[in-house]
Write a protein that binds this ligand. Sequence first.
Ligand SMILES: [Zn+2]
Length: 218
Amino acid sequence: MIHTHEERELAINRLLNNYLAIAELIEPPMRKLIYEHIEAVFGLGLDDGKERVRVFNDKSFYFEEEEREEKDIYVSDEACDAIKAEKRGSLSMTHNHPLNVPPSSKDYKFFFKYLALNDMAICGHVGNLYFISKGNRFNKIKEEAIVNFLGIFDEEFIKLIKQYFIDNNIRLSEEFLLNAKEKDRQECLAREYAFKSICEGISRQYEGFVYYMEGAWK
Ligand SMILES: [Zn+2]
């Protein structure tokens, strides 16, 4: 992955501005840590184009997991056990998306599944940022409620993506599919639509749930 000096500077500035926009949503002990970890995965990703995940808390417990070939979020069983053992709402998670795309269905599932994870920040390599924080009410809901929620999650996510294409009158014709760049752009916009819908839905249900998005394609 080659980034010119100018591209790097622009991306770093954009990421910093986006971070400043969310900083007030974050409790002071985590504020600095979250930025440090976003900056680290972002910087490493700019150099080698790989995706990395970091999970940490204010006790500076953290581990880093590199993505595997599959291009989906990957955290080892050992790391998952460590996350499970932590207190509800005590951990933050950051990772980078080299292709600048909004969160995937797997990202949400992972984030919602582990009660210890309080927030998730995803940064793209052009400095775009997606931030979700569960908030107090979500952190108090029962485990069974989360299991039920996760059960319908994939279905909902796909439904939202499809709805985006219908609302915007986009038909995935063969001609359209040939234009890879346009397809990627629409896929990204559809995921942003899903991100907003998912977050708004959860905000309504669980007061205190906050989110922020500054997308790649604007
Ligand atoms: Zn991801």
